[in-house]
Design a protein. Structure first.
Length: 466
């Protein structure tokens, strides 16, 4: 048996899927897990690739089995367990070795861990992995953050197991330390916005137009044959076609309307605000999930305030144009956060490349990403996607459609935290003179905070207190 090229610690759903992907891709691996039961279970699944997989009963044995410089990938929770793990492995590793955190981590933690490991001459990699279990098993999109040296070691492995788009792997180095985990976090923020946008349209078609879930699913499947083609549209079409095996009726009706969240969407919103940005579509999606959790309150409020809504007559072509415009704006917001972080942390993120590696394998893969990468390569005015010439005709048609959709839906009583936010963003940024003069006047009035004058004259307070 050949020497393992990489060690994988943590054989839960994602760790096992990545390990099996590597073994199937012809990469020799060594694996271990905290509980031995999971190792035996994994080895049974890895049977077809048994000649490429060695199991080690302990972390110490796993590390000892790896050739130096070692590549040790940990798929364990990126919170306290990761810190505990690092404390355990630091004394067992040698300078030049690399530890990879392939979970969804807060990039601040990744930056701190990189610094901590660098004190020992070790590399720490924050690897964003997208695509769920299926992606990890058969080809995820991967966002690497770490040193050039550790990328050189990992690139051949990651390129081999990544999703491929037009023959090129959807894996690349985003930048140093937390860059990979940050890009993955923003990926998830966009994922939240796209999912919520879909849910808003579903609500309108279901309750406003009175369509059955299966019919709405067919509509999503039709849209998925056009410019809105994307993984999330595809699975929405499928999900809505299922009936509840336990009770009959549409499966979606049997599911409690309370969305979970592990935190990455929230992190995106927090980081956007911290960076002086605002990703209102992503924030809207995070808010919608939080409000969804307040089920008991909504029951009370619905009874007290009334939950009736008017009808909505959909024009599917108009909706398609509106959704495409909204999707451009949601990606535009995501990339603006990436741009702000790149500037703040000196990462020099390559936006076209990021769009490219999101074209396959990840949850937000979408036909639109091809155009987005093209738009970035053409250097859009001010670096803004929504100003890219190639999107001008799509937006010229889509924004009026979105405006009609949002105004009719809001008039009929439907909440649109994401689609409504798209218009707020668009309409704010296209105003050369906005509303902030009044905000500044108010600030100066109550706190003498001062303002700049449009004529540039050196007078920074109003006459309120003269
Ligand atoms: C991916 C997903 C993946 C996972 C999220 C879900 O890219 O593969 O984003 O990371 O599905 O953890 O996040 P929530 O639980 O917050 O919805």
């Amino acid at each position: 048996m050949a020497e393992p090229r990489i060690g994988i610690y943590g054989l839960g759903t994602m760790g096992a899927a990545l390990a099996l992907n590597m073994a199937e891709s012809g990469i020799d691996i060594a694996v271990s897990n905290r509980s031995e039961g999971a190792i035996a279970e994994f080895m049974a699944r890895a049977e077809p690739f048994a000649d490429r997989v060695t199991a080690q009963a302990t972390l110490e044995a796993l590390i000892a089995a790896l050739p130096t410089p070692r590549l040790l990938l940990a798929m364990i929770p990126s919170t306290a367990p990761m810190d505990g793990f690092l404390e355990q492995v630091i004394p067992l590793l040698a300078p030049g070795d690399t530890v990879i955190d392939a979970g969804n981590a807060d990039f601040h933690a990744t930056r701190a861990r990189s610094t901590r490991l660098a004190e020992h001459g070790l590399h720490f990699v924050g690897l964003g992995v997208s695509g769920g279990e299926e992606g990890a098993r058969h080809g995820p999109s991967m966002m690497f953050g770490g040193s050039e040296e550790s990328w050189a070691g990992l690139k051949p492995i990651l390129s081999r197991i990544a999703a491929q788009f037009d023959g090129a792997p959807c894996a690349d180095r985003m930048g140093p330390d937390g860059a990979g985990h940050f890009v993955k976090t923003v990926h998830n923020g966009i994922e939240y916005a796209d999912m919520q946008m879909i849910a808003e349209i579903y609500d309108l078609l279901r309750h406003g137009a009175g369509l059955a879930p299966a019919a709405i699913g067919q509509q999503f499947a039709r849209w998925n044959d056009g410019p809105l083609e994307s993984y999330l549209f595809e699975i929405t079409g499928k999900v809505l076609s299922y009936d509840d095996p336990l009770g009959g009726g549409p499966m979606v009706d049997a599911i409690l309307d309370r969305a979970g969240q592990k935190g990455t969407g929230r992190w995106t919103a927090i980081e956007a605000v911290t960076l002086g940005q605002s990703a209102t579509m992503i924030e809207g999606a995070v808010a919608a999930r939080a409000w969804s959790a307040e089920k008991a309150l909504r029951e009370v409020a619905g009874g007290a305030l009334g939950s009736e809504r008017a009808g909505f007559a959909p024009d599917m072509e108009e909706l398609e144009a509106a959704l495409l415009a909204a999707r451009i704006l949601e990606y535009a917001q995501g990339f603006r956060i990436l741009a702000a972080a790149s500037e703040e942390y000196g990462w020099q993120l390559d936006f076209a490349r990021i769009a490219e590696i999101w074209r396959a394998g990840c949850i937000i893969r979408a036909r639109l990403l091809d155009d987005i990468s093209g738009a970035f390569r053409e250097s859009p005015p001010e670096g803004q996607l929504f100003l890219a010439p190639r999107f001008a005709p799509v937006l010229a048609r889509g924004i009026p459609a979105l405006r009609r959709l949002v105004s009719e839906a809001i008039a009929a009583g439907y909440p649109l935290p994401v689609l409504g936010a798209a218009l707020g963003f668009w309409d704010t940024l296209r105003q050369p003179r906005g509303t902030a003069a009044l905000i500044q006047a108010q600030r100066d009035f109550f706190g003498r905070h001062g303002f700049d004058r449009v004529d540039g004259r050196d007078a920074h307070h109003g006459p309120w207190w003269d």
